[in-house]
Design a protein around this ligand. Sequence first.
Ligand SMILES: [Ca+2]
Length: 252
Amino acid sequence: MTSLRRIRLPRFNCSIQVTRFAQEAAVLIMVLTLPVQVHAQTAKQPKVAPGPNEPDWVKLLEEEYGLDPVADLANPVQTDPRDVPGLFVKAGKGPVVYRPLIALGLETPSHGGYYLPHPDPTHAQIKIWSYQFKNTAHDLKTRMNLPPPLMEGSKVEFDPGDQPFGVWVSNAGFADEPGVFSEPRAVEAANPRLAHQPYKVMIYPYRDKTTGKFVPNAYLLGWEYSTNDDFQDVVCVLENVRLVKPQRNSSP
Ligand SMILES: [Ca+2]
């Protein structure tokens, strides 16, 4: 005799008796028809442009770090760029490490550091390193001049305590500006030139290509400090941190 099982159908507010085979077939159909979650790029995501005679960000992601430019992006623009996360908290004991890895973009000095969340992001904007250097495709091929040499007085570690913080870069080519910030809202607040285009860094989990493994609590940052959106003006690594979700939304 075929054994019958009773299953509940909450959607129809009833229960029915089915054979075991029918129950298993129903489960299989449900699994096969579940929507597959894919990381798709929304129309709001700024398109990455090739760098002018420079290594291309999409290629760098794939070839240097083994990352998928779309699927691995940790801070994609879904609707409004201002809702995109850009703050971090320290993940463990010891300092945070923030270090430039590849220098492209302008040849004038670049600077980097961290800031504390504030309506005016320049209120607590701390510089930790500077360099005046430009890597070439030849450098990447031969592994020379990587990472770029830092100017005297630079450091690549800091301790923000337990509070959330953001990171920033700037270039002396835009001398009157405070630079660009990891939070698009901070760019909008502090940099009128870029206020209408405030998404200035693409953040990825950091992958060690030699092992193929993601490094815990480490991120790769591709910075854009101007408007051409090649997102490789300054390429950095940020270690011992977690990316935190935004506390506020632009939508009402
Ligand atoms: Ca650029």
